[in-house]
Design a protein around this ligand. Structure first.
Ligand code: 1PR
Length: 529
C-alpha cells in the first residue's frame, strides 16, 4: 500500500480498539501501530483512540515518552484525530481518580457529569445530536444528526478553550463533543460506532473518512433529461442510443419517455443530487424562441431544491428578423428562470479550438463571458466525444491512451474526438485537449459524455473518465452508459469523477436512484442520503 492509504494508530493496549481497526480497514486503510515515540513523530496521520481511565493512560504516555512526542506532533499541526479519552487527555487535567495531570494542550479540567444536578444517568450512554460550529470540517456530514457516546467524564466549554471547540452536545449540561484546530481534531463520541444504521447514513464513518482524506466530499448522482420537441410539437424527455433518439419502428418517432417537469420532480424526491436538462436540439433552434424550455425551468424550480443545470444552444445568435442576441442574454434568461448552472456544448468546442490555435484568450466566447459575469461555478462544459481507435500513439496529434478493451481490429490505443451539433460533426480536437482548454477559459465543471457508451447500459467509459478527471482540477461528471448500481461504484472507485450522471436507467425505471445510493454506501462511497 502507498503512504496515502496508511494510518498510524496509537494503541497503548489498555482496551478494545478493535472496532476502530475494523472501521479503518473497511475504509480501505492499512494500519501502522505505534511502537516508539519516533513512530508518532513520523506519522502522516495519527489516530489516538483513548481507552480505559485517564490516570493509567497518562502513566503509559509519560513512561514511554509518547506523551512528549504527541505534544510535539500536535504543536506542529500534524493530522491528528483523538477519540473519547483521546480527546480528554489533551486537556490540562482530569478529576477522574485525581486530579491527574494531562497533556496540557487545551486549557480546562475534565470533570464528571453531575447526575444529581441534571437528573441524568451517568455514564452517558446513547445517541445524541451535536451543535456543530462553522469550522468543524470533519463533522461536515454530521450536521445535526446523532452520534454515539459512552462516557462519565466530559470537558466543558470555557472562555479559555473556546478557540478549540468545534461542536458541543447537551446532556444535562453543555459539554465539548469535539475540538479542532488546524489539522488537529478530537471527538468525545465514537465515530467507529456511529455508523451502524443506514438511516444515519454512516455519519460516524464519514467523520473518519473526512479526517483520513480531507479532499474527499460526497459523490453525486445526477439525473439527466434530454429534452426536445417531438414531431407533434410537444416538449418531451427523450433518450438516444449513441445519440440517436428516433425509434427504430413506429414511423421513426422521437422516443418519448415522459414530461420534463414531472420527471424532474420525481428524481428530486428519489434523491437526485442535481437535475440536468439538455435541450438537445438547441444547436439548431434558438433557445429563447423555445419558450417551453424556459417554462420547464420555472415550474421545476418551484419545488425542486437541488441544483438545476440547463444546456443546449448557448451561443451568440441572430434571429430571422436580424436581431442579435448574445450568449449572455440567453444564459441570463435561463438563470432568471431557475437554472443554477448553464452547460455549453458546441460553442465551447469552437472556443477551445480558437484558444489552442491562437494561444490567446479573446474573452469573447460564451464560456468566457458567462463565467466572467456569473462565476465559473455556474458554467459547465458538456463534452460529446467519440472513441477513435489507433494502432500507434503517434498516429494522431491528440492525447492517445492505451485502452482497457482493444478496438475491433485489435487496436490498443484510442483518442476521443470531440463533436458538435449533438454528435453530428467531428472536430479536430480531443476530449483531453478540450478539457484542459475550457478549464483555462473559465469552465467550473465538465460533463463528460461518451457517444459510444450512451444508452448502452454497459458501464461508463472509465478509461476516458480517468483520463479527464486526472487531467483537470475542476470537478468532472461521468456520463453515458450506466446500466446498474455497480457501474456507479466502478466509476467512483477507478476514477476521480466527482459525480455520475445517468438518464436511460432512471427514465425506464430499471434502477431507482435510491438503489444506486444504497449500493454506493455499502461500498463505503460517501453520498448524501
Ligand atoms: O451543443 O451547446 O447546443 O448543447 C447540446 C447539448 O445537448 C449537449 O450537452 C449535448 O451533450 C446534448 N445532446 C445533443 N444531442 C444529443 C442526443 O442525444 N442526440 N444528448 C444530446 C446528450 C447525452 C447525455 C446522456 C448520457 C446518459 N445526451 O447527457 O444523458 O449519455 O445517458 P444514459 O445514462 O442513458 O447512457 P449545445
Amino acid at each position: 500500500s502507498t503512504s496515502d492509504s496508511v494510518v498510524t494508530l496509537l494503541d497503548y493496549g489498555a482496551g478494545n480498539v478493535r472496532s476502530i481497526r475494523n472501521a479503518l480497514r473497511h475504509l480501505g486503510f492499512s494500519i501502522k501501530d505505534v511502537q516508539t515515540p519516533g513512530d508518532i513523530l513520523n506519522a502522516d496521520r495519527l489516530i489516538f483512540p483513548g481507552v480505559g481511565a485517564f490516570a493509567p493512560a497518562m502513566d503509559v504516555l509519560n513512561k514511554t515518552g509518547m506523551g512528549e512526542a504527541l505534544c510535539t506532533y500536535i504543536e506542529n499541526d500534524r493530522p491528528f484525530l483523538g477519540i473519547c479519552l483521546g480527546l480528554q487527555l489533551l486537556f490540562d487535567s482530569s478529576e477522574e481518580n485525581g486530579p491527574v495531570k494531562g497533556l496540557g494542550v487545551i486549557p480546562g479540567t475534565i470533570g464528571r457529569f453531575d447526575s444529581s444536578a441534571g437528573g441524568i444517568r451517568v455514564p452517558h450512554i446513547g445517541w445524541n445530536a451535536l451543535q456543530v460550529g462553522n469550522d468543524s470540517d470533519i463533522l461536515d456530514d454530521v450536521g445535526n444528526r446523532h452520534v454515539y457516546f459512552v462516557h462519565s467524564y466530559r470537558a466543558i466549554p470555557s472562555n479559555e478553550n473556546k478557540d478549540w471547540v468545534s461542536s458541543t452536545c447537551h446532556y444535562g449540561e453543555s459539554f465539548i463533543s469535539s475540538i479542532r484546530r488546524g489539522n488537529v481534531h478530537a471527538v468525545q463520541f465514537h465515530p467507529e460506532k456511529s455508523g451502524g444504521m443506514m438511516f444515519y447514513s454512516k455519519v460516524g464513518l464519514s467523520v473518519l473518512r473526512r479526517f483520513l482524506d480531507p479532499k474527499s466530499s460526497s459523490k453525486q448522482v445526477i439525473a439527466c433529461l434530454d429534452v426536445r420537441t417531438n414531431d407533434k410539437g410537444d416538449l418531451v424527455v427523450t433518450k438516444g442510443d449513441q445519440y440517436d433518439v428516433r425509434e427504430q419502428s413506429n414511423e421513426n418517432e422521437v422516443r418519448n419517455l415522459g414530461k420534463p417537469v414531472d420527471l424532474a420532480r420525481q428524481y428530486y424526491k428519489d434523491g437526485a443530487d442535481e437535475i440536468s436538462f439538455l435541450n438537445i436540439t438547441g444547436f439548431r433552434d434558438f433557445p429563447l424562441g423555445d419558450l417551453p424550455m424556459i417554462q420547464v425551468l420555472r415550474y421545476t424550480s418551484e419545488n425542486v431544491f437541488v441544483p438545476l443545470t440547463v444546456g443546449g444552444g448557448i451561443r451568440d445568435f441572430t434571429d430571422a428578423t436580424g436581431r442579435y442576441y448574445s450568449s449572455l442574454e440567453v444564459a441570463a434568461e435561463y438563470f432568471r428562470s431557475g437554472a443554477d448552472k448553464i452547460s455549453i456544448g458546441s460553442d465551447a468546442v469552437y472556443a477551445a479550438e480558437e484558444f489552442i490555435k491562437s494561444g490567446a484568450k479573446t474573452g469573447k466566447s460564451s464560456l468566457e463571458q458567462i463565467s466572467r459575469v456569473y462565476g465559473n461555478q455556474a458554467v459547465v462544459v458538456s463534452i460529446d466525444p467519440r472513441r477513435v481507435y489507433v494502432n500507434d500513439p503517434d498516429d494522431v496529434p491528440y492525447k492517445v491512451i492505451r485502452v482497457t478493451n482493444p478496438g475491433p481490429n485489435g487496436e490498443e490505443y484510442a483518442w476521443y474526438q470531440c463533436t458538435v451539433s449533438g454528435g453530428r460533426e467531428g472536430r479536430p480536437i480531443g476530449a483531453y485537449e478540450l478539457a484542459k482548454a475550457v478549464e483555462e477559459l473559465g469552465a467550473g465543471e465538465i460533463l463528460l459524455n461518451c457517444i459510444d457508451c450512451d444508452g448502452q447500459g454497459k458501464g461508463f467509459d472509465t478509461d476516458l473518465v480517468k483520463l479527464i478527471s486526472d487531467s483537470v482540477g475542476i470537478p468532472v461528471i461521468a456520463s453515458s452508459g450506466a446500466g446498474t448500481p455497480e457501474h456507479f461504484s466502478e466509476v467512483f472507485e477507478t476514477t476521480n469523477a466527482s459525480a455520475a450522471l445517468a438518464a436511460g436507467i432512471f427514465h425506464r425505471k430499471e434502477v431507482p436512484i435510491q438503489s444506486v445510493k444504497e449500493h454506493l454506501l455499502e461500498k463505503s462511497i460517501e453520498v448524501r442520503m
